[in-house]
Design a protein around this ligand. Sequence first.
Ligand code: BGC
Length: 457
Amino acid sequence: MSGSDASAARARRNVVVTAAIAGLAGLLFGYDTGVIAGALLLITPEFGLGSLAAGMVVGAVPVGAVGGAWIASTRADRYGRRRLIVASAVAFIAGAVISAVSESASELVLARILIGIGIGVASAVAPVYISEIAPPSIRGRLVTFFQLSVTVGILVAYLVGLAFADADEGWRWMLGLAAVPAVGLGLGILRLPPSPRWLMMKGDESAALESMRRIRPPDENAIVLELQEIRTSMGEDTGSWKDLLRPSVRAALMVGVGLAILQQITGVNTVIYYAPTIIQEAGIDSASSAIFASLGVGVINVVMTVVALQLLDRTGRRTLLFIGVSGMSFSLFLLGLAFLGDTGTVTSVIAVFSLMLFVSSFAISLGPIFWLLNAEIYPLEVRSRAASVGTMTNWLFNFVVSLTFLSLIDLLTQTGAFWLYGLIGLVTLWFCWRFVPETKGRSLSQIDAIFRRRARK
Ligand code: BGC
């Protein structure tokens, strides 16, 4: 290998490692998502929680996350992406430790609001940071490290939940152990280069050049060209909330916010949170089979996200959305159908198959692609605000769907509820076909140009 090949390989390794460390932010969110159902089974009798209090313990995180994403909206520009990710890790560590030693439900709720704030900040900022350091040719793959960490976090949490299910006050371990990845994230992120785009926005071109040299092959011309492209794309925005109303930003926000809502209201978290219940209701009676089914859901979610990682920059975002969302709708209709028949072996086999197909389809489409597009479609000077709006919306609808799922079943039966999600899947297909642009291989500045053109039409 020649010297310049070796430097190019080193630069590529640096950028991949940088994205992987920043992507760890997803672990915080995945871990909490996966751990709380199991922990709650133990917390409820210990603190004598009624259903309202239990709902508050669970809901404190998404509500805190809406606040966290809001906090990130302007701070990510003022203090920089990396500092905010460090702050999110600190909030998360404090929240995990306090919740592990809580002596009352109200202490627990406050600690979980803090955790939520950490998660909200991390999920608004980490994908944006990765998209800003990534070269266009592998940006899809690198931003998907974030979603991959979410899925790994969910799986690890299921396993930790199983390990401590019978331990004395096992829930304290389940909640406290969440601090471990957060420490890794906080320490790791400090060593990474600041986002060159953020530095350009701050007017510090020499620091931007320095940062680029750490993550790009040693080709000064290409680096200068990339910086120039960033400079030109920093057009007329002043970086205020009013800029979000500019027609091209509005067009991009419609895609980001639309996908934020659709990612949640197609029902993914009903499966992530309630898989064992769904499976039991479909006729598999033993608790251990139901737990295995949720482990299966966790594993398949990770595996298919790895598949998405390989495909996003080759097949493109739109194609994967079409395939994945069609699979989601189909499996939801099938799941609804399963609940029409008598409970029995056939019904439960169909239910398990539909759940697996649903999660696989989500993992190659709406799962990673919402976070990716929400990080890459907004112009630089409004990026952190607009991405925060998408993130806030996502957490808000996450909260609404988890809160309403069981009542929806009371109202419509399981069949009706899953068919409703399936129908929303069809609306999602139409939305993607009509509004989502292909961003594969395009630089962030070129993507910005797509929305400017749309706004002129
Ligand atoms: C969603 C989460 C969901 C997770 C499942 C994420 O993209 O935002 O709400 O729990 O995927 O893998």
